[in-house]
Design a protein around this ligand. Structure first.
Ligand code: ADP
Ligand code: ZN
Length: 435
């Protein structure tokens, strides 16, 4: 496939020029925030830093961090940097890890966000010949509006389906010949499963590519979705606090997601000490939005754990790449003192031939954590004898022990008994928090 770019000059700009552009934008942005956001000005004053100390990206480390707690503290208007009369949009986080936060956008902010999404759609081969089915939720959640805007910019025929009503998704996909599907990976898997049940083979499905993100997903899950839908599946990343999806996106090389560095300046820090780590280190991703007007967060700690790399990419883009975040620092469960990420469990399941339909239940009895994983049986196992099922559960539990270091109690449950997700999947029920 011939590589396509939405804004070639920017996307393939020499690294030195990107850094220069970032420096210029940062100096302006710090001034804008200092003058208009008393909340952040106070943080800067406490650290003894003023806009005059920031001459370029090399001074970024002098600025204070912002965290989700700050956003909740400052809710709703405390971090706003423009009068509301200049704002045209509000979006909100999904509230996956607590109280929702709201973000504001001027016309310029919506425009740059949609450009980012248009770059992502173009990178998967999207053109005005495509029919782009947007099955992310519309509304306060950024997924639907972001990809919708990007799809318009590219000139695709946009199908604003929103999430849910899976039968209708399939009917429109087939009747209107959708070629690009945008939704969460868990919803893509569900759509694929439903198509399969209806007797569709991958070659019957008009889709050629999918843009899936908003939640962690494994390579194994990617392969599963690609096979059932007969497509190439691409990752996309973003968060409401910085705009929404499109902060970074995958290109044809599929070895990480290019960060739209003309708008977002990325750092990796040690989540415990806040120390900035060199390129190639694994740590917490921190973003500074360089030219957003209404809600310009500086050094925002995402809690997403990943690695950055500026290795040359075969697609020609020069933007730095981030690895797929395999969980946020606060997704990590500590069970009997051992760190467990849901994505590790998903990897084991897919390797062992199961579907990624599972739920992790953690509780505490006395002083000991209990750790149970419900996994759907494959239809052919459903008829197994009780002892047959027990043996399967045991072997799955052993495979998880090899990956995690501790044994969960695995329960194979009937096919289709775990509720399917149309948005972000809920994988963990931690009852310990309720105590
Ligand atoms: P919430 O934090 O309430 O889920 P958002 O809807 O803004 O709010 O989601 C942003 C978060 O979703 C990111 O910080 C990240 O943890 C997760 N995320 C988004 N895209 C991806 C992706 N491609 N891979 C893994 N995680 C992702
Ligand atoms: Zn690339």
């Amino acid at each position: 496939m011939q590589e396509r770019y939405y804004q070639k000059e920017i996307e393939t700009m020499p690294v030195e020029e990107i850094k220069k552009l970032q420096s210029e934008k940062l100096v302006k942005q710090v001034k804008h925030v200092y003058e208009n956001v008393p909340y952040y000005r106070d943080l800067m004053d406490q650290k003894g830093v003023t806009p005059a100390d920031i001459h370029g990206i090399e001074d970024l480390h002098k600025l204070p961090f912002l965290t989700k707690a700050d956003l909740r503290d400052a809710y709703p208007y405390g971090l706003l940097a423009k009068p509301l009369s200049e704002c045209v949009r509000i979006q909100s986080t999904s509230g996956t890890t607590g109280k929702r936060v709201v973000a504001f956008y001027t016309r310029h902010d919506v425009d740059l966000w949609e450009d980012c999404c248009a770059r992502a759609i173009t990178a998967v081969g999207g053109t005005n010949e495509d029919v782009c089915q947007v099955a992310y939720g519309y509304g306060l959640f950024t997924g639907g509006p972001g990809l919708n805007g990007g799809s318009h910019k590219v000139g695709c025929l946009t199908l604003p389906m929103s999430s849910g009503f899976t039968e209708r998704q399939i009917q429109f996909m087939m009747d209107l010949k959708a070629t690009i599907l945008c939704c969460t990976p868990s919803y893509a898997a569900y759509i694929g499963e439903t198509l399969q049940e209806q007797g569709y083979k991958p070659e019957d499905i008009p889709l050629k590519a999918g843009i899936f993100g908003a939640e962690p997903w494994t390579e194994e899950m990617r392969r599963g979705i690609e096979q059932t839908l007969g497509i190439k599946a691409y990752d996309i990343y973003g968060l409401t606090e910085t705009t929404g999806p499109g902060v970074s996106f995958e290109c044809s090389e599929q070895t990480g997601m290019h960060i739209n560095e003309d708008h977002f300046l990325a750092e990796i820090i040690d989540p415990d000490t806040g120390e900035v780590l060199p390129e190639g280190s694994k740590g917490e991703l921190v973003f500074t939005s360089l030219d957003k007007e209404a809600f310009p967060l500086l050094r925002y700690r995402t809690r997403d754990i990943c690695v950055l790399s500026r290795k040359k990419c075969s697609c020609g883009r020069t933007f730095i790449k981030m690895t797929k975040p395999m969980g946020r620092s606060d997704d990590m469960l500590i069970i009997r003192g051992v760190n467990v990420f849901p994505s590790q469990i998903e990897t084991v399941l897919l390797n062992e031939g199961y579907q990624p339909n599972y739920q992790i239940i953690v509780d505490r009895v006395g002083n000991t954590d209990t750790f149970d994983v419900n996994v759907e049986m494959n239809p052919d196992q459903f008829t197994d004898t009780v002892s047959g099922v027990t043996a399967l559960e045991k072997s799955l539990s052993e495979a998880m022990k090899t990956m995690l270091g501790i044994n969960p109690k695995v329960h194979l449950v009937a096919p289709k008994s775990i509720v399917r997700s149309e948005g972000k999947a809920v994988r963990v029920i931690d009852k310990r928090k309720l105590h």
